[in-house]
Design a protein around this ligand. Structure first.
Ligand code: THU
Length: 157
């Protein structure tokens, strides 16, 4: 028996203004996308945006359904939209943010979205930079889904 430890690497930015320009624009795109959420059941509006290798930004928002599991998270809406529109373009970064009760709030990808992100890393052969809006306007960045989903099934970079 051997006890082991896993390290998760991430960085936090204090404000949106601290982000590099391309990441700030990505997060602003995700913030704008919260406006298109269809979330009559949870009232939790989520916006996501992905950055493609050619610089294109593709946004998505959560789309709920009265049969709850039939809805889709903002992250997968954005990723599937990007893949359907531009399958030849690698996905290089993703940003996500929540909007609830009149203000932006924290959103962190669910397990299913993390698994889908992992698929795109394998597919395009590059790590994804993932930006999550945190309480108080801070932003967390991880480089690589392995920092969100360790021991994942099928990850192969
Ligand atoms: N949701 C997302 O779209 N992304 C996340 O990162 C967290 C959760 C959605 C699913 C559902 O429509 C609502 O937020 C409440 O869970």
């Amino acid at each position: 028996m051997e006890e082991k430890r896993l390290v998760i690497n991430y960085v936090e930015y204090g404000t949106l203004a601290e982000l590099p320009d391309d990441a700030r624009r990505l997060m602003e795109c995700a913030m704008e996308a919260t406006r298109s959420a269809y979330a009559p059941y949870s009232k939790f509006h989520v916006g996501a945006a992905v950055l493609l290798a050619d610089g294109t930004l593709v946004s998505g928002s959560n789309q709920e359904n009265v049969a709850y599991p039939s809805g889709l998270c903002a992250e997968r809406t954005a990723l599937f939209r990007a893949s359907a529109q531009s399958p030849e373009q690698a996905v290089v970064a993703l940003a996500v943010v929540g909007y609830f009760g009149g203000g932006f709030t924290e959103a962190s990808p669910c397990g299913a979205c993390r698994q889908v992100m992992s698929e795109y890393e394998t597919r395009y052969g590059n790590r994804l930079a993932i930006y999550c809006y945190l309480e108080g306007g801070r932003i967390r960045r991880v480089e690589g889904v392995e920092n969100l989903l360790p021991f994942s099934f099928g990850a192969d970079l």
